[in-house]
Design a binder for this molecule. Structure first.
Ligand code: NAD
Ligand code: DAU
Length: 350
């Protein structure tokens, strides 16, 4: 069946993986990538598919209602996969309002545009909202987040994502809009912006810069290769139950400090450095305020109901990620020039 899918945030890390995948896999779909091209959006990420005849790009901000309405009409949008967001926890601590505008208000503006354009005939239309496991708050040393775990966000980022999830559900319950939500754990992979732990460490190891580990380094995250997140989004988009939520995770928990040690070891090997060289760069720095101790997803529902499981092991994914960054240092240098340096100095100067 022909579809015209509006993918928001398609110039970012995960969104560009989704766009590259959908454009190549579904030549009969039109994929409209809408992105404001903030510091995190980069059209270089779309190079592999930018010439495809079923790919379209619209530079627009999801907080601009008239621009969004125009895009729905111009392209006759049949479905939405919504990824556009301010996505970095540390930036949400410095600038919470940016997160309210884009993640909360921008999401409601998109919901309104979809409701208006589809005019109550919702049967053949889906609004898919891509969210995060951070809405569930923090785990102790045991247990997992399931789809029924209560929301308990702690950072302005997770509070804004939780709020957007509630708005999406409210449009289903109140207006009958067909929605689906997924909440995923930490992603890693090619094109990951180097403000986040893994690409930041890779970038700093390459450049022999200090490796800033927050607090005692014992915080735990559940890592998933971005390709497996995009596979899950594709599957949920096509076969997920309307109104449902699906948790997506890697079954792959790492304490930050162990992960940084592993990155140092792998990169010493790949860079031909003596073992132990990079780990000397590890520096414990001031902790993140409100730092969540542990995230871990129980993805049993997605596995049992839709048959999804990760296809890439952490060893394979991490090795491929490091290789990608080593082979794409121009990309890395481009995104770390200019405003990145100002951000970095401000974030890591104390
Ligand atoms: P990212 O920061 O790499 O990309 C976000 C994209 O959204 C960028 O291209 C940016 O230009 C665009 N954008 C930001 N504000 C916009 C606005 N007002 N209007 C239009 N476009 C705007 O983010 P990411 O890591 O790829 O995350 C994508 C989505 O997945 C987010 O909704 C995030 O909450 C969610 N998520 C991320 C992770 C993760 O580990 N990165 C895990 C689970 C869920
Ligand atoms: O869980 C999903 C979430 O994962 C997504 O919703 C977010 O968009 C994404 O940014 C990510 O959030 P985290 O805060 O978990 O990711 P980040 O890479 O910022 O940090 C991972 C862990 O590493 C966290 O415990 C903080 C720590 N850290 C991070 C940075 C940037 C450090 O110790 N040093 C650092 O310099």
């Amino acid at each position: 069946m022909m579809k015209t899918i509006l993918v928001t945030g398609g110039a970012g890390f995960i969104g560009s993986e989704v766009v590259r995948k959908l454009v190549s896999k579904y030549p009969n779909y039109k994929i409209v990538n809408l992105d404001a091209l903030t510091y995190a959006g980069n059209l270089e990420n779309l190079k592999p598919i930018e010439g495809a005849t079923n790919y379209f790009f619209e530079k627009a901000d999801i907080t601009d209602a008239s621009a969004i309405n125009h895009v729905f009409e111009k392209h006759q949008i049949s479905d939405v996969i919504h990824l556009a967001a301010e996505s970095h926890v540390d930036r949400s601590i410095s600038n919470p309002l940016d997160f309210v505008y884009t993640n909360v208000i921008g999401t409601v503006i998109l919901l309104e545009a979809a409701k208006k354009y589809w005019k109550g005939n919702y049967q053949n239309h889906l609004f898919y909202h891509v969210s995060t496991d951070e809405v569930y708050g923090s785990l102790g040393t045991e247990g997992f987040f399931t789809e029924t775990t209560n929301y308990d966000p702690h950072s302005p980022y997770s509070a804004s994502k939780a709020s957007s999830d509630h708005f999406v559900r409210s449009y289903h319950d109140t207006y009958g809009l067909q929605v689906v939500i997924s909440n995923c754990s930490n992603n890693y992979g090619p094109y990951h912006f180097p403000e986040k732990l893994i690409p930041l460490m890779i970038h700093n190891i390459i450049n022999n810069k200090a490796l800033p580990v927050y607090g005692n380094g014992k915080y735990t995250r559940d890592w998933l290769y971005v390709i497996d997140h995009a596979r899950a989004i594709d599957l949920i988009f096509h076969t997920g139950k309307i109104g449902d939520t699906y948790n997506i995770g890697g079954f792959n928990e790492w304490q930050n400090i162990d992960l940084v040690h592993l990155l140092c070891k792998l990169m010493d090997e790949k860079l031909g450095r003596e073992t132990g060289t990079s780990q000397q760069l590890i520096t414990y720095v001031k902790d993140r305020p409100g730092h969540d101790l542990r995230y871990a997803i129980d993805a049993t529902k997605l596995n049992k109901e839709l048959g999804w499981s990760p296809s890439v092991t952490f060893e394979e994914g991490l090795s491929a990620t490091i290789d990608w960054f080593l082979s794409n240092q121009t990309w890395l240098n481009n995104v770390t020039s200019g405003a990145y340096a100002t951000y970095y100095d401000k974030q890591y100067s104390h």
